[in-house]
Design a protein around this ligand. Structure first.
Ligand code: MN
Ligand code: MN
Length: 324
């Protein structure tokens, strides 16, 4: 006896061949692979939330985003970008953590998982997980040359030690500057807002030379202003894009660990991302989707939708670097 086996289309050559809601979830219904041959861009789940300072649950983010990403289609109707035609995009599975209760060990595992991917010239697009994962990812991505950073978030995440830990989701970009992984003068942080623990909680951002475009400035001047500033700050060099879902207003992204009122709409975020075409992206991540606080899968769906925009940017960057 054989099970029903319709013709396979591992790279979705025919999007009509089976309904989008069927099959085992992978990011954007891409083929899952555990080898790096024939891969240009690797989508990687990082189910780790040992670095959160408040509500946990982002460890469940990759599964939820995989599931919701299956709703999305092949082409970007607004920009005309066809990411799956520009690059060979695969789901590399999860960087699952063997020692999830050991924070520094877990972060080292993430770096070790990412390094061979970067060394194989595969661009990593990682889905967390909490924001602490960006530091070990940057250790792999920016090992040879500091990257510029476009960081969209309600929080600067440039804090210092907290509750006895040097590594948590409020500190990755301070650690990255200290190690020379990112150039603070080529770093912009967009969407910053909310209450703080002290008057100068994000002083490191200012003192190190980062451009902080807070939510007030964004609201007063709009997404196009943020695009201009981001392009001006990061320039032509390599740039990493990190997207914290809590940058969105909690009305559109309630499922996250540290929500802050008064954030971006999904449309503003999409338009901001679309304005970043042509930059030299060397990697990206989407973090802090916490399904346990996400009634109706709204946050995971908006996260998947933003991830598609990010994938379009990275696919264009890969295509631009490809020897012609
Ligand atoms: Mn963050
Ligand atoms: Mn945040």
């Amino acid at each position: 006896m054989t099970l029903k086996q319709p013709a396979r289309y591992p790279d979705l050559a025919d999007p009509q061949a089976r309904p989008r809601y069927t099959g085992i979830s992978t990011f954007f219904r891409t083929a899952h692979t555990e080898t790096l041959a024939d891969v240009d861009i690797g989508l990687i789940g990082v189910p780790f939330d040992g670095g959160v300072t408040n509500r946990t649950g982002a460890r469940h983010g990759p599964r939820a985003v995989r599931d919701q990403s299956s709703l999305l289609r092949r082409y970007n109707a607004a920009t005309g970008i066809k990411p799956f035609e520009l690059a060979r995009i695969r789901d590399l599975g999860d960087c699952w953590i063997e020692q999830p209760f050991e924070l520094t060990g877990a972060l080292a595992e993430i770096e070790a998982f990412l390094r061979p991917i970067v060394e194989a010239n595969v661009i990593p697009v990682s889905i967390g997980g909490d924001h602490s994962i960006s530091w070990p990812i940057l250790r792999a991505v920016a090992a040879k040359r500091p990257a510029g950073l476009i960081h969209i978030d309600a929080h600067c995440d440039t804090g210092d030690d907290y509750l006895g830990s040097r590594f948590h989701h409020g500190a990755p970009f301070r650690r990255a500057v200290e190690e020379g992984l990112i150039d603070p003068k080529r770093t912009i942080q967009i969407g910053i807002r909310g209450t703080t623990n002290d008057a100068d909680m994000w002083g490191f951002s200012r003192d190190s030379g980062m451009r902080v475009l807070d939510m007030e400035e964004f609201h007063d001047n709009g997404w196009a202003h943020a695009v201009r500033e981001a392009r001006h700050i990061v320039g032509d060099g390599p740039v990493y894009l990190t997207y914290d879902i809590d940058s969105l207003d909690p009305a559109q992204a309630p499922g996250t660990g540290t929500p802050e009122a008064g954030g971006l709409t999904a449309l503003e975020a999409i338009r901001l991302l679309r304005g970043l075409r042509g930059l030299d992206f060397v990697g990206a991540d989407l973090v802090e989707v916490a399904p346990s606080f996400d009634p109706g899968t709204l946050t995971a769906f908006n996260g998947a939708s933003l991830l598609f925009e990010i994938l379009c940017l990275v696919a264009e960057a890969w295509d631009a670097r490809k020897p012609k």
